[in-house]
Design a protein around this ligand. Structure first.
Ligand SMILES: NC(=O)c1ccc[n+]([C@@H]2O[C@H](COP(=O)([O-])OP(=O)(O)OC[C@H]3O[C@@H](n4cnc5c(N)ncnc54)[C@H](OP(=O)(O)O)[C@@H]3O)[C@@H](O)[C@H]2O)c1
Length: 305
């Protein structure tokens, strides 16, 4: 089978699509034929060596983390009813490969009948992070929440989840994604490519901020031109304290099994929509990652297997 390997820290151009043996079936294995994996900034940052402190790895590694696929075989200790099932899962040892051995039952979720494999592939590193942020900030009806990176794989779910909480949402985005953010439910827009001072003084004062960009320049502007707020960043661990009534913290907490079950239910009943920018054959992973890095993608870009 084919797998996508990172062998050095030279970035996207260093990725290699290589041949390797299919995983072996142990008694605990559910063998999954991969269908989609999400293209995540997490992979790109790992390839560039930017996560060495928080995610030390021993190269070479198979890239990727979340996946969807069909279970093709199970070991003696896994439920035979899994065979043929569409599933969503995480694979800490890499997901960008044609077959994945899942040996940890709680990291594999059967999909509800009406949630497609492509839709579900946007959940890992996207909807899950968005739900985590909403929960960590304890967002409730009437909160005014500003979101940076509002059109991205996390942001596109954040806007929707915040609207489900009946919050007032301010989306920070670029010109080409303004209409997209409005369609997702954003009540007000800030265009980060234009001067922020006047825009920030004209919007509703946010009480909570979710940062999914991690830009010091942007965070400094928000701090300088807004009043008190609680900020949760998913993208940078440190930001110097702003005004005394402004708080900052980072989180990469997990939403647990309950959270994934909740997200799949919301997708199945149509309360949440997945936004898939485009789907690219996995062999073209470098093209896909370069698009995520440089283009203004809307929602999540997927690799197909
Ligand atoms: N802590 C956690 O547990 C956790 C989990 C998942 C993800 N994350 C992090 O969350 C972040 C977002 O992930 P994602 O998958 O949503 O990424 P993404 O899909 O690539 O979206 C990134 C967004 O950032 C915006 N952006 C890029 N440069 C910007 C700038 N200079 N100023 C303002 N906005 C800018 C882009 O908007 P435009 O296209 O409009 O420019 C885009 O909407 C990443 O840092 C990722 O590592 C953290």
């Amino acid at each position: 089978m084919k797998a996508v390997k990172q062998t050095d820290y030279s970035g996207i151009s260093g990725l290699q699509v290589t041949d390797q043996l299919e995983p072996t079936l142990t008694p605990m294995t559910a063998l999954v034929q991969t269908k989609y994996t999400p293209v995540l900034p997490y992979d790109i940052l790992t390839e560039e060596g930017q996560l060495k402190n928080i995610r030390p790895v021993r190269l070479p590694i198979t890239v990727g983390y979340g996946f969807t696929g069909i279970v093709t075989a199970v070991g003696a200790l896994r439920s035979a009813s899994l065979v043929g099932q569409p599933v969503l899962g995480v694979s800490p040892s890499g997901a960008a490969q044609e077959f994945i051995a899942n040996n940890i039952p709680p990291t594999l979720f059967k999909l509800p009948v009406n949630v497609g494999l492509d839709v579900a592939a946007t959940v890992i590193g996207g909807a899950d992070a968005a739900l985590m942020a909403v929960d960590e900030l304890n967002v409730t009806s009437g909160d005014v929440v500003l979101v940076t990176g509002a059109s991205g794989g996390v942001g596109s779910y954040l806007i929707q989840l915040l609207k489900l909480c009946d919050a007032h949402v301010i989306a920070v985005t670029s010109p080409g994604n303004i209409e997209f953010c409005k369609r997702l439910g954003a009540d007000e827009i800030v265009d980060y490519t234009k001067l922020l001072a006047r825009q920030l003084s004209a919007i509703s004062q946010p009480t909570k901020i979710v940062d999914t960009v991690g830009s010091n320049i942007l965070l400094s502007d928000l701090s300088a031109h807004l009043g008190g707020y609680n900020m949760l960043s998913l993208s940078t661990q440190k930001f110097p304290a702003g005004k005394s009534n402004q708080s900052f913290r980072f989180s990469n907490a997990s939403i647990g099994l309950h959270g994934y079950t909740k997200l799949l239910k919301l997708l199945s009943i149509g309360s949440l929509q997945a936004h898939i920018d485009s789907i690219v054959p996995f062999q073209n992973i470098a093209v896909a990652q370069n698009r995520v890095k440089s283009d203004h993608v809307q929602g999540r870009l997927l690799l197909a297997y």
